[in-house]
Design a protein around this ligand. Structure first.
Ligand SMILES: Nc1ncnc2c1ncn2[C@@H]1O[C@H](COP(=O)(O)OP(=O)(O)OP(=O)(O)O)[C@@H](O)[C@H]1O
Length: 222
């Protein structure tokens, strides 16, 4: 019998920045496996390595040592182009800052991951925008919407297409309580339909949406 691989697995990840007196060990031998349909909250004090862990899992930051496995295949040594392709096809990342492209409309921003893969799909864009409560916003530009709406556009962009891994770094930061809950509900629905997720949050109230919580301290799982 073969074991089904985890959608996302981190094996013995260490990540250091800087040299000499500027050396910082952000992550120290962190291992974590996430099942399909599982949302794992990552909590811990400021500077404990939460964002670094998310960036390594999202192939945005290379670990100093250890492996990132996606569906059992090593993704740690991909070059930048292959890492970007893998991210676009399999991983949705919601950043603390929204990273919307100012010269593209809301609809174009949301559809960008599909567009880059040559798969324009206006219907998928409309569905993703409706999921975050922004139907009809397609033709607005980022400067014409509020901070909370921009955050929801970024979430729609992260959710579009069949992403098997969803990574969210304080996704509720700029949102009022009820909109924050609505966003978590959308994330939770995607997880319940089979995606694997990591959610960095400072708020126990939002961590309560996760199936389990890991605590980081000084780059180590407690
Ligand atoms: N690019 C970088 N260069 C140098 N040091 C970095 C870099 N990125 C992170 N660090 C350091 O690594 C450690 C972990 O940072 P990280 O951003 O992962 O923490 P965090 O838990 O997400 O913090 P916060 O809750 O404040 O966002 C910190 O000491 C930080 O200063």
């Amino acid at each position: 019998m073969t074991n089904t691989p985890f959608p996302l697995e981190l094996q013995n990840i260490s990540c250091a920045f800087g040299e000499g007196p500027r050396h910082v060990s952000a992550l120290n031998n962190v291992s974590l496996a996430v099942n399909p349909g599982e949302l794992v909250a990552i909590m811990g004090p400021s500077g404990s390595g939460k964002s670094t862990l998310l960036n390594v899992a999202g192939l945005l930051q290379r670990a100093t040592s250890g492996h990132v496995l996606i569906d059992g295949a090593s993704a740690s040594d991909l070059n930048a182009k292959r890492a970007a392709e893998t991210r676009r096809r399999h991983i949705g990342v919601i950043f603390q800052n929204y990273n919307l492209v100012p010269t593209l409309t809301v609809g174009e921003n949301v559809g960008l991951p599909l567009e880059l893969d040559g798969k324009t799909d206006r219907q998928a864009v409309a569905i993703a925008l409706a999921e975050v409560g922004l139907e009809g916003f397609d033709d607005r530009f980022p400067e014409e919407i509020s901070g909370g709406q921009a955050q929801r556009v970024a979430i729609a962009r992260a959710l579009i297409g069949p992403r098997k891994i969803l990574l969210a770094d304080e996704p509720t930061g700029a949102l009022d309580t009820s909109t924050g809950d609505a966003v978590l509900r959308v994330l939770r629905q995607r997880i319940d339909s089979g995606a694997a997720g990591l959610l960095v949050t400072h708020e126990p109230r939002f961590a309560a949406w996760a199936d389990r919580t890991i605590m980081l301290r000084d780059g180590e799982i407690q």
